[in-house]
Design a protein around this ligand. Sequence first.
Ligand SMILES: Cc1cc2nc3c(=O)[nH]c(=O)nc-3n(C[C@H](O)[C@H](O)[C@H](O)COP(=O)(O)OP(=O)(O)OC[C@H]3O[C@@H](n4cnc5c(N)ncnc54)[C@H](O)[C@@H]3O)c2cc1C
Length: 401
Amino acid sequence: MDFSVSEKMQIILSLVDEFVARELLPLEKDYLAGNMKVLMPALEEKRAMVKEMELWAPLHPAELGGMGLALIESALVFEALGRTPLGLYAFGCQAPDAGNIEILHKYGTPEQVEAFLRPLAAGEIRSCFSMTEVDMPGSNPVMMETTAVREGDDYVINGQKWYTTAADGASFAIVMAVTNPEAPPHLQASMIIVPTDTPGFNLVRNIPVMGHAGEGYFSHGEILYQNCRVPRKNLLGKEGHGFVIAQDRLGPGRIHHCMRWIGICNRAFDLMCGRARDRIIGPSRKLADKQLVQAMIADSAAEIQAARLMVLYAAWKIQQVGTKEARTDISMIKFVAANTMQRVVDRALQVHGGLGMTDDTIIAHFYAHERASRIYDGVDEVHKIAAARQILKRYENRMVR
Ligand SMILES: Cc1cc2nc3c(=O)[nH]c(=O)nc-3n(C[C@H](O)[C@H](O)[C@H](O)COP(=O)(O)OP(=O)(O)OC[C@H]3O[C@@H](n4cnc5c(N)ncnc54)[C@H](O)[C@@H]3O)c2cc1C
């Protein structure tokens, strides 16, 4: 077993680390203050620099202007970028666009590729993914009320979605809607591309999340589809295959999220250790001298390493045997990495005392906004159930003694 990182990746990672520290961390104060008018033009400048450095979109294929790295290589880049909430956006690999790019690349018609995929991959436009509904359980998405009914050469979409991340300012949504109500549950829904300027696409509001409604890319929209009519050629993949396509979005997507969370862990851990080292709490005593703080540091270091290796292993396994065969590992990393991040960020906040609650460090932002990691892309409970079921199958005909 070889844990070494190739020379090529070491060079890429040092360039990314340097860029994050020099160009992106200074922008965080505008981000935390919600000063989007200053932040967004500055971020666009950084994106142009990233492209010039040929570091744009680590996972996307070269034909789409990306770096075409292998999944495990791009996982290391996502970790480096996860240190800041601005990292993935600056490097053109932010959710939900990254997942939409993957499925458009795999299933898009030549016309869809030109109209939607190319400008999206180039960072000229943004997109969103509209599946979860206000009145239906997102953890069992086959229960869906939104419909897309065929009328002549069109689909007419009606339904109410929420948590459509980054809908505000997006050029198009990939909408999941029931097209085949008579089919078995997993074959009832389809993915349909809906330009956001289509009449009947109504962004009702940006949902306030932990005290912030956000705006633009940094927001979560509630959307009412009211007789929203799009041509049938906007169907992505086959009719009724919405959940089949959604499965494709999930493997690399989970690696993407989990490594970003490991990046958050690394940042919170560095801040925690720095604060423990510097904070004087008594005559010639520092926080770092206290064993209870040392325990927090040791627990965090061990848990981060364990989660990180699990995620990298899952990425390697996806590369070796594909998403389907790696699904138990993918389920396990989703809840392990999210919970590890939550504990590490909580400890970092605790070690900072009152300072940890302020927006003078990034920790409170991570604490509030990354709580969602245990909910989106599959709630903890569903992943645990899925992993346990798959594991128990191995015991069905196996003698245990
Ligand atoms: C920040 C954020 C961003 C998001 N972005 C998007 C997006 O871009 N596009 C999109 O379509 N959706 C998005 N979502 C929605 C997300 O996918 C759903 O919130 C998620 O699937 C859970 O669905 P729900 O909220 O309806 O919870 P429910 O399905 O109502 O579940 C509620 C709770 O019930 C428990 N539970 C559920 N099932 C089980 C079970 N089988 N056993 C035991 N307990 C269970 C869990 O504790 C769960 O948290 C986002 C959500 C958040 C918070």
